[in-house]
Design a protein around this ligand. Structure first.
Ligand SMILES: Cc1ncc(COP(=O)(O)O)c(C=O)c1O
Length: 330
C-alpha cells in the first residue's frame, strides 16, 4: 500500500538484523523457529524501540518550532533516557517528569538521563498519578514564560506520531521475511504503553505483512491495551487524514505481569541468565524478559501452533538490568 510518511530524523541504526535463535529454538521452540528482531541494536545510548518513535516525534518538534521536549515515565524509563539523548543529539532541551521518589543511588537509565543533561523532576507515585496532566501544563507554561516552546510527549512516545516508527519497522520485516524464507509468522512484543504494538499492528495491515502481532502486557491488563492500541490508531488517523483506511485487530496476551510493573519473579531472572548464556542475547526484567517468558509459556501451551515462525521483538531495555542486579543473586 502506498504510504506517505511524515519527515523523520535519522537517529536509529536501521534496518536492525532479524536473527535466528538456533539453540533457543531447539530448547524451547516445540518445533517452531524462533527469531529475534534486534531493535535493541538501534543504537548505543539511543537504544531500543523508543528511538524509532522519536525519529518522527523529534522531526515533528523541530518542524513545529519546539525547542524543548517534556516527557514522563518511571525512574528507570527507557523512553525518558532515549528522549534525553535524542534531545542532546539534536540540541533540544529535555525535561523529564519521573514517577517515584528520587533514589539515593543514581544508576541505570537515571544516571544516563543526568549525563545527557536532562532536567529531572521526581514525583511521588501518588502525585504523579493524580497530577501528571497538570504537571505537563505547568512546565509547558514555565518554558513559555521564558520565551521557549516545549512539546509534551506522552508516556512511551506512544501516540499517532510515534506510531510511524513501527509502521516503518514493518517494511523492514517484510524484507526480513523474504530474506529468511518466512511466509507467515507470529510477532510478539512487550507492551508497556502500547505504542510499539499499535505501530506494528497498523504496519502489518498497511504493508500486508504476513504476520499476527501479539502484545504481552507488562502492566495493566488486556482491556487497557485493546483500548490503548485503538486510541493510538485513532490518533494516527486523526493527525494524518490522508492515510489509507485499514481495519486492525489488537491481540493482547494477558497473564504475564507477575506481581506488577517492574517486578519480575525468579523465573524471569533465570530465563534472562539462561538466554544470555545460550544465545549471547540479553533481556531486561521489566519488559523483554517478561515478554519472552510469556512467549515461551504460550508456545508450550500451543497458542502459536498454526505457523512455524515466531518473531520476538527485542525492544531493548538493557540499562534497566543493572539496578535489578540483586535478582540474579541465587
Ligand atoms: C525495553 C522496552 N521494551 C518494551 C517497551 C514497551 O513498548 P511500548 O511502551 O511501546 O508499549 C518499553 C517501553 O515501555 C521498553 O522500554
Amino acid at each position: 500500500m502506498e504510504l506517505t510518511y511524515p519527515r523523520k530524523i535519522d537517529l536509529a541504526r536501521t534496518p536492525t538484523p532479524l536473527q535466528y535463535l538456533e539453540r533457543a529454538s531447539r530448547k524451547w521452540g516445540c518445533g517452531h523457529r524462533l527469531w529475534v528482531k534486534r531493535d535493541d541494536l538501534t543504537g548505543c545510548t539511543l537504544s531500543g524501540n523508543k528511538v524509532r518513535k522519536l525519529e518522527f516525534i523529534a522531526a515533528h518538534a523541530i518542524d513545529h518550532g519546539y525547542d524543548t521536549l517534556i516527557t514522563c515515565g518511571g525512574l528507570q524509563s527507557n523512553h525518558c533516557r532515549a528522549t534525553a539523548f535524542a534531545g542532546a543529539q539534536l540540541g533540544l532541551g529535555v525535561h523529564l517528569l519521573l514517577r517515584g521518589d528520587a533514589p539515593q543511588d543514581t544508576e541505570g537509565n537515571l544516571l544516563l538521563d543526568h549525563l545527557a543533561g536532562a532536567t529531572v523532576n521526581c514525583y511521588s507515585k501518588r502525585q504523579y498519578v493524580a497530577e501528571l496532566d497538570a504537571l505537563f501544563g505547568q512546565w509547558q507554561q514555565y518554558y513559555s514564560d521564558r520565551g521557549r516552546k516545549a512539546l509534551a510527549i506522552p508516556t512511551g512516545g506512544s501516540d499517532g506520531i510515534g506510531a510511524w516508527g513501527y509502521i516503518g519497522a514493518c517494511e523492514e520485516l517484510l524484507a526480513d521475511f523474504r530474506a529468511c524464507d518466512i511466509t507467515q509468522a507470529h510477532i510478539v512484543t512487550a507492551s508497556g504503553s502500547g505504542g510499539t504494538q499499535a505501530g506494528l499492528t497498523l504496519g502489518a495491515a498497511l504493508h500486508d505483512l504476513p504476520a499476527t502481532v501479539w502484545g504481552i502486557n507488562v502492566c495493566d491488563d488486556e482491556q487497557y491495551f485493546l483500548d490503548k492500541v485503538a486510541a493510538d490508531a485513532a490518533d494516527w488517523r486523526r493527525r494524518y487524514p490522508g492515510v489509507p483506511h485499514v481495519d486492525i485487530q489488537a491481540r493482547v496476551i494477558d497473564g504475564h505481569v507477575g506481581q506488577g510493573y517492574g517486578i519480575a519473579g525468579d523465573e524471569v531472572f533465570r530465563l534472562i541468565a539462561d538466554l544470555a548464556a545460550l544465545e549471547g542475547l540479553v533481556l531486561d526484567p521489566v519488559y523483554t524478559g517478561k515478554a519472552f517468558a510469556g512467549m515461551l509459556a504460550e508456545i508450550a501451551a500451543g497458542r502459536f501452533e498454526d505457523c512455524r515462525d515466531i518473531v520476538f521483538m527485542h525492544t531493548g531495555g538493557i540499562f534497566g538490568l543493572f539496578p535489578q542486579r540483586s535478582g540474579f543473586a541465587w
